[in-house]
Design a protein around this ligand. Structure first.
Ligand code: AMP
Length: 315
């Protein structure tokens, strides 16, 4: 994939295609960093930019981010990039669903002004070695299960921020740890960007929408409801007054065990600032769960004390 000379510079044909596309559609679709940067510079001269970074295979969860971005900005830029840097060696980089024409259609209908389909060989030329890393924050929870994952996430998000220069950037609460590490990066590196975290968008039965749900058979989808069931149970027990972290976590594991075929990677209650665990749980602590279900690995979380459902799957 990382051929020696492949894609290091933007070809003339690509630039021409980028130009043509921008003339013929209300929503521009660009594929090169140079053209993307130029288009975003024009937006910046005229108003605010809301950025929605995605890996594609778009669903209503992604579209809910677009809606919020649209309501708060003059221009909305979406990126669709399956970032090789955030996938481990034996993960689903090759098989990750790629649905470019459906994504383009959905983003257009959602009122996005510009969508960027950037290419891996331009984003990461063979010479590219710089990485953003965060030590303990990036190696806890998801970072423990997926070594190097957050270095990949932070590096690509940093690059996308430089390319698109957003006023605000939109991320889903579903990937809770991601929102924390990105906020940390923005603060530590003095990036003048507001991070907006949007609520987890769920199907009516509570399953958090995820591009990886496409991997599930009907039986596995039913099994996946274990995650929301564990969060409902722990929220209920917390609302009833239980504060012992050991008791609450054991409730989560028990509920997960009733439905899941394989053991969860983790089911824990953590402090949102540093992912530490304390003996006594407080409102605002976050119940986090990750578990393999069939060929997928699913995540979910809930801020204890917050309302959890009922859910409607109407956008
Ligand atoms: P992804 O394409 O999975 O990298 O997700 C792109 C963005 O959409 C991330 O900020 C995710 O947290 C967010 N997202 C994914 N699924 C949902 C969901 N069900 N509800 C809200 N945001 C989501």
């Amino acid at each position: 994939m990382h051929g020696k000379h492949a894609g290091a510079t933007t070809s003339r044909t690509e630039r021409q295609r980028d130009k043509l596309t921008s003339l013929s559609f209300a929503m521009d679709t660009l594929r090169s960093i140079e053209a993307s940067r130029a288009a975003c510079a024009e937006f910046t001269a005229r108003g605010t930019i809301g950025l929605v970074p995605t890996m594609g295979a778009l669903h209503d969860g992604h579209l809910s981010l677009v809606r919020t971005a649209k309501s708060q900005n003059d221009f909305v830029v979406a990126t669709v990039f399956v970032n090789p840097l955030q996938f481990g060696q034996h993960e689903d980089l090759e098989s990750y669903p790629r649905t470019e024409s459906e994504d383009t259609q959905r983003l257009k209908e959602g009122g996005v002004d510009l969508v960027l389909f950037l290419k891996a060989d331009e984003m990461y030329t063979p010479a590219n070695v710089t990485r953003i890393t965060q030590g303990d924050l990036g190696t806890a929870l998801e970072g423990a299960a997926r070594p190097g994952h957050f270095d990949g996430v932070l590096t690509v998000v940093c690059k996308l921020f430089h390319i698109t220069t957003p006023t605000r950037a939109y991320f889903g609460q579903k990937d809770f740890q991601q929102t924390v590490v990105i906020r940390r990066m923005v603060s530590d590196l003095d990036m003048p960007i507001e991070i907006v975290v949007c609520p987890t968008y769920r199907d009516a039965d509570g399953l958090a929408l995820s591009s990886r749900n496409a991997y599930l058979s009907p039986a596995e989808r039913a099994e996946a409801l274990a995650l929301i069931a564990s969060l409902r149970a722990v929220q209920q027990q917390f609302a009833d007054g239980e504060r012992s972290s050991a008791t609450l976590e054991s409730t989560m594991r028990e509920v997960l065990g009733q439905k899941l075929t394989k053991s969860p990677d983790y089911a824990a209650i953590i402090r949102p600032s540093d992912f530490s665990r304390s003996l006594a749980v407080e409102a605002g602590d976050v119940a986090v769960v990750a578990a393999p279900v069939g060929p997928a690995r699913l995540l979910d979380n809930h801020v204890l004390g917050d309302k959890l459902g009922p859910f409607s799957n109407t956008p």
